[in-house]
Design a protein. Structure first.
Lengths: 797, 160
């Protein structure tokens, strides 16, 4: 369809500047903490300093006597507020162990940061000051930090569960095929990788403000959340307040990265306190609380084995995971490994597949979704393992990958793990990435430096990735024991004045939904994107939604917008045909007007149709007034974006310092709605993945104390640590949705960690270094080099 | 205690608690919530404002120390709805996503631009070391600051 009425930069596929920007650039945008709520009380939470302890006694009388304090409560005081404990929505197996998780612990704390009491004051300072006056007598118990140690059950985190084993989940479609592939293998690679724990660190910490409405028992909950719709359902369940009396608003939200895809103790607490005290109650998370009491990511030990034939063709992959749940199961904690479980064969055509994961409790902060959620883990298993295989075979890493790619003609590809990959064309992305990275020339420079014995060694790392996005077909979620669906809702409404309102269930926190949804609608209707208003993030205005995570917005929520627009066009066409006394088939929508084919002078603008639908003076018999359509779209399949990233590093073998000198990303997310936003998503994702490779780690000591709870200890990279990037793309549309889109929010994070780590190991390979834990800090790199030197000296002796 | 300040060209006098941090003075007392709080350790830079023309993390300073100072916050940059050239450069280069770090980034960039007449990418990256962003990977922020430096018609400082 040709649309001429839309400004060129508003069409699908053009880099329309973001409609979201002006209020953010001028400081007018209001995040939760910026909302002025008269009469609001401030809550402060007292947290356990122990990783594991019994609460012998807890005395809040001192806090109650503190100036400005209105109320204070212990876990026991609030026990009756909870109709249900905090929810885990993904009990992955029938026999999974789920510890009771209350917003305030009652008798036992299970991680450092577990909430034990809440103080409510007239000001934040009054509440925080009074925390010091709460007296808690703890009986400290041994911490359980190490995952292997946890498996022994020498110390059981939750005595009532009897064991630290949360669940074991397996995916082994054909065990005999796996066994015979390993029996017949010419080459076997066996690797062990540690996914260190990460702290997502959205720049806005969490915050919540609950406002009781003047009458009727309704509550409005403002929260820095990715999931207002899910939160509304869950808070109704936890507090016993009927869902229809709750309204959740996610105002401007300062990033999430999975950390705000949850239902948190403080959200339930503020609601319960507002109910009890009959006043607005707000809470703002401090950064140190964000490190302790907001979920963390990763936390896995991965064992991966590849069985390959003489030519380096991989015939089987076998994976064993040990996944750190932390002390409690948050919303989707146990399911995170399952999001990667199907992808440990990566972009390779591997016919036999075995995956097993055991989840284990420790006395640490709960893990849950962190950008990529399961898929970075899968990619940082298969991609380093492919390098290890290349090393074993003496082949170039690019060549080993090429030999194993799923052939383009095999799509849609049925994987041994049981998925159907929608579309893919992996060779061109690799070719483009190698070209942009000047691969051959860089290899030569690498060799020259090696020959010269330079300390600054060049390393080149490849990462060919695939992810599954578009979470998710509801029936597939059912088969994985997930407690909700994966659909998304959209309403497109033409108003009397010809302006367009889009209501979306997909809730933004930086992604640019307003701009992209406007482009979709503007492109289809032929209107100006500035005439499109997007409403989101408020369950009163957008009652149906499944929110934002898992790179799902465009390929589920955006497709819902597209489909609703198409329905609106169909109705508008009927009205226009009726009024123009033409047949519907003879009308085409060109530049925002229905025209009679061949007679463009006979036309009716879509805005005029909207007005006719509004007045309803002359509609076809039986047609309802109004021009709007609502769609709830349940995707038929996941989408499978892919690409190749190349990292070039300089590693100083004397100091262990790693300098990332060049980074190339070639991504294929299918059709792009706004290439500027796509690139922005890649940039940010890449840095988050680089950060896992080189900088970030949530470090716990053996007593279970988090040693990296501030941004001075936990190294979120700044502009000074990373370079500018070279981006390319290929376009392989998804055949599973009418827009041909796939999703890109997590691609950078998924691809970049293995690219960088492969590069570091590539630099150090001549020194005999074959393994390196993340983050590859100067100390770790230096130690690995020294160990390798000593080993080599030992061999010489 | 009593403080007199000039913020965004307006004069104020307030009775404040001595322990009040400048950032909370701006946010809670003056209602200028464009300046954000992102950490407790002066690491993130979301609270960056100009104090007598110098970029300062307003969580590192007591409101009492700002007595007699002239300050500029993000709210003062756009005039009559028209973005400042640097804000415009952020918009044109897609240098913000969630936008939480943006006001601090812009204020820090203002002073980097003023301090480096022949601004290079390395200057920008080093200069923004104290401002964290989790969304953009910095690529477009760096581009925007370089573009904004070219467009900056006049030095911005305490005057506004």
């Amino acid at each position: 369809m040709t649309v001429t009425g839309v400004p060129a930069d508003g069409r699908i596929g053009t880099p329309l500047l973001r409609k979201e920007d002006p209020p953010l650039l001028t400081g007018e945008a209001r995040f939760v903490e910026d909302l002025v709520v008269p009469g609001a009380l401030h809550a402060a939470v007292l947290r356990s300093p122990h990783a594991n302890a019994r609460i012998r006694s807890l005395d809040i009388s001192g806090a109650l006597a503190s100036p400005g304090v209105v109320a204070a409560f212990t876990g026991a005081d609030l026990r009756e507020e909870w109709a249900q404990p905090l929810p885990c929505a993904w009990p992955v197996t029938a026999d999974i162990k789920i510890p009771e998780h209350l917003p305030l612990a009652v008798e036992h704390v299970s991680y450092g940061g577990d909430a034990v009491a809440v103080v409510v004051g007239e000001s934040r300072e009054a509440a925080v000051d009074a925390l010091d006056a709460v007296v808690v007598d703890y009986e400290p118990l041994p911490a359980v930090v190490d995952l292997q140690e946890a498996l022994t059950d020498r110390v059981v985190v939750h005595e009532s569960l009897g064991s630290n084993r949360c669940y074991t989940w397996s995916l082994i479609p054909d065990p005999a095929a796996v066994d015979s592939a390993f029996a017949e293998a010419a080459h076997v690679v066996k690797e062990r990788y540690v996914q260190q724990r990460l702290i997502p660190n959205a720049m806005e910490t969490r915050g919540v403000c609950v406002v009781p409405q003047p009458f009727g028992g309704d509550y409005t909950i403002y929260s820095a959340t990715q999931i207002p719709h899910i939160l509304k359902v869950m808070l109704g369940i936890v507090t016993g307040i009927p869902e229809q009396k709750l309204r959740v608003v996610a105002p401007w939200v300062g990033g999430g990265f999975g950390s705000k895809l949850n239902v948190y103790a403080e959200e339930a607490l503020c609601l319960a306190l507002a109910r009890r005290l009959k006043r607005p109650v707000r809470w703002t998370e401090e950064r140190i609380e964000n490190a302790q009491a907001t979920i963390q990511g990763r936390g896995m030990i991965q064992e991966i084995e590849l069985a390959a034939d003489r030519d380096g063709r991989v015939r089987a992959v076998r994976v064993n995971l040990l996944a750190d749940m932390g002390a409690y199961l948050q919303l989707v904690t146990p399911g995170i490994p399952l999001l990667g479980a199907f992808l440990y064969h990566g972009v390779y055509d591997i016919p036999a597949y075995a995956f097993t994961c055991t989840g284990v409790f420790t006395t640490k902060t709960a893990t849950d979704a962190d950008r990529g959620a399961g898929r970075p883990e899968a990619t940082y298993a298969i991609e380093p393992a492919m390098d290890a295989l290349a090393h074993q075979l003496g082949l170039d890493p690019a060549e080993v990958r090429r030999r194993n790619f799923i052939a383009t003609e095999k799509f849609p590809y049925s994987s041994a793990a049981g998925l159907v990959f929608d579309s893919g064309d992996y060779g061109p992305a690799l070719d483009q990435a190698l070209e942009l990275a000047a691969y051959e020339a860089t290899r030569k420079e690498q060799q020259d430096r090696r020959n010269a014995g330079a300390n600054k060694r060049i390393g080149i790392g490849l990462s060919c990735y695939v992810e599954m996005c578009g979470l998710a077909p509801s029936r597939v979620l059912a088969s994985l024991n997930y407690s909700a669906g994966g659909w998304e809702a959209a309403t497109v409404r033409l108003m009397a004045t010809g302006k367009v309102q889009v209501v979306t269930g997909s809730t933004p926190h930086g992604q640019g939904h307003e701009t992209c949804w406007s482009q979709i609608v503007a492109d289809r209707l032929g209107v100006d994107p500035d005439d499109v208003d997007v409403v989101s993030g408020d369950t009163a205005l957008s009652p149906a939604g499944m929110d934002t995570y898992g790179s799902r917005s465009l390929s589920v929520g955006g497709v819902a917008v597209w489909q609703a627009t198409e329905k609106v066009i169909a109705k508008a066409r009927a009205i226009a045909a009726h009024q123009m006394e033409a047949s519907e088939e003879d009308l085409e929508l060109v530049g925002g007007s229905f025209q009679v084919k061949g007679t463009p002078s006979r036309s009716m603008a879509i805005q005029a149709v909207a007005f006719e639908a509004f007045t309803a003076h002359n509609l076809p018999d039986g047609m309802e007034p109004g021009l709007e359509a609502q769609v709830t779209y349940d995707p038929p399949n996941f989408t499978f974006p892919f690409g190749t990233h190349v990292a070039v590093v300089e590693v100083d073998s004397e100091t262990g310092d790693v300098d990332l000198v060049r980074y190339v990303a070639v991504d294929d997310c299918g059709n792009q709605v706004n290439p500027m936003i796509v690139e922005g998503q890649v940039h940010g994702g890449v840095v988050q993945g680089i950060a896992q490779a080189l900088y970030e780690e949530a470090v716990y000591d053996q007593d279970g104390n988090l040693r990296t709870s501030t941004l001075t200890d936990y190294l979120v990279p700044s502009a000074a640590e990373v370079p500018s990037f070279t981006l390319g793309h290929t376009v392989t549309p998804s055949p599973t949705n009418p827009m041909g889109v796939k999703g890109v929010g997590e691609a950078g994070t998924i691809a970049s960690t293995p690219a960088v780590m492969n590069a570091v190991l590539d630099a150090l390979a001549p020194l005999g270094v074959t393994a390196l834990d993340m983050p590859a800090s100067p100390q770790r790199v230096w130690e690995a080099v020294e160990r390798a030197k000593k080993a080599a000296e030992g061999e010489e002796r | 205690m009593r403080v007199s300040t000039t913020v965004n060209g307006r004069s104020y006098e307030h009775e404040i608690e001595p322990r009040l941090l400048l950032v909370y003075y701006l946010r809670d007392v003056l209602g200028l919530t464009g300046t954000k709080v992102g950490c407790d350790t002066s690491s993130c830079g979301a609270c960056t404002v100009l104090v007598d023309g110098e970029s300062v993390k307003s969580c590192t300073m007591l409101a009492a120390q700002a007595d007699g100072c002239a300050m500029t916050t993000i709210e003062a940059l756009a005039v009559d709805g028209a973005l400042d050239p640097l804000q415009e450069a952020f918009h044109d280069n897609h240098a913000l996503q969630c936008g939480f770090c943006t006001s601090g980034m812009v204020m820090a960039a203002m002073s980097i631009i003023r301090e480096h007449p022949g601004l290079t990418e390395a200057d920008v990256r080093e200069g923004l070391e104290g401002n964290l962003c989790r969304c953009t990977g910095y690529h477009n922020i760096v581009k925007a600051v370089l573009a904004g430096a070219g467009r900056q018609a006049h030095p911005v400082g305490a005057a506004r």
